[in-house]
Design a protein around this ligand. Structure first.
Ligand code: UDP
Length: 320
């Protein structure tokens, strides 16, 4: 099979690419390196001629050819990370809405299968825990730029579903919940690499808010497994799936675990959200996926615990 991965130089895209290449598949990636990193592409070059790459944006004319070449497209190119989204709201909306619109329009011509990345952010501040794919989505006001990310991805989902219903385009939508692992970098606010880096630098570990907010962290290999199996499962077409872990932890517990594993003497300090992001910033108090739907569809069963994830990620950071 030939796969095209938009955003393939990112943390998730490059890990997916490597896994597919190891399984003797052909992979092409396109990435403008806005948040993706060339060093994620380097190890993939060993797989040439099964691997090729284009350092271009998804608005480049070459995208049409690349989609024609592919049997399956993973559309991961997007503005990601809450810090980036809050600081660059125009680019977030442009890339996430116009970019996906373009990918879908090009895929339509030859009815290419396309898997569209969405996010747990779309559940917003809903308190219907755990979040099911058919749960209501609850956002705050448009003056708070955090919600622009969720709204842009909701538009992507509507567009993809519309193409499926009206044009029989084979689409699959997946909502990622806090995917983590060794190659993830903390530049865009992601909490685990940020805490580990702070701890390895001698602290303090800086927790936003009071730290009682909770998240479930999914290990990259479990997520990539889900993506590969969704791509091959006919029953997944036209559907939306959560991909995540159900092991809930508060952010202060996370900080304590990382401190314990790196240096128990480090201090943990608390920073108000307004100082960390922007005035009026709203955080989700709890975020837990229901994974019933994806478990029934492809037998998804994430196997990595938070402790294992932290050990692997800390070990990787120590090698840098
Ligand atoms: N967070 C934190 N310190 C940081 C970065 C993030 O306390 O340096 C908190 C953030 O406010 C949120 C949680 O950790 O409550 C997860 O943040 P992340 O940006 O990784 O993902 P989110 O779930 O917000 O998309």
């Amino acid at each position: 099979m030939r796969y095209l991965i938009t955003g393939g130089a990112g943390f998730i895209g490059s890990t997916l690419a490597e896994t597919l290449l190891k399984k003797n598949q052909e992979v092409c990636i396109i990435d403008d390196l806005s948040t993706g990193r060339f060093e994620n592409i380097l190890p993939l070059k060993l797989y040439a001629p099964h691997f090729s790459y284009h350092i271009e944006s998804i608005f480049s004319p070459v995208l049409a050819e690349l989609i024609d070449y592919a049997d399956v497209v993973f559309h991961l190119a997007a503005a990601v990370g809450v810090r980036l989204v809050v600081s660059h709201p125009v680019e977030t909306l442009e890339t996430n809405i116009r970019g996906t619109e373009r990918v879908l329009a090009l895929a339509r011509k030859k009815k290419k299968k396309i898997l569209i990345a969405s996010t747990s952010e779309v559940y917003g501040k809903s308190d219907q825990i755990p979040y099911r794919e058919d749960s209501d989505l609850v956002f705050g006001p448009t003056t708070n730029s955090r919600w622009s990310y969720a709204c842009s991805k909701v538009i992507d989902e509507f567009l993809a579903l519309a193409y499926y219903r009206k044009e029989q385009l084979p689409i699959v939508i997946f909502r990622l919940f806090n995917t983590v692992g060794p190659k993830q970098v903390g530049n865009y606010g992601m909490v685990i690499p940020t805490f580990i880096q702070q701890a390895l630098n001698g602290g303090p570990i800086i927790v936003y808010g009071d730290g009682s907010q909770t998240r479930c962290f999914a290990y990259i290999d479990d997520v990539v497994w889900a993506l590969r199996h969704l791509a091959n499962e006919e029953k997944a077409v036209g559907e939306i799936f959560n991909i995540g872990s159900t092991e809930e932890t508060s952010i202060v517990q996370l900080a304590q675990k990382i401190r314990q594993k790196i240096d128990p003497n480090l201090s943990i300090v608390f920073k108000p959200y307004e100082d960390a992001y922007e005035k009026g910033f709203e955080d989700m108090k709890r975020r837990i996926p229901s994974i019933d739907k994806i478990s029934h569809c492809i037998g998804y069963n994430p196997v990595h615990s938070l402790d294992q994830i932290l050990e692997k990620t800390i070990a990787h950071f120590k090698t840098l």
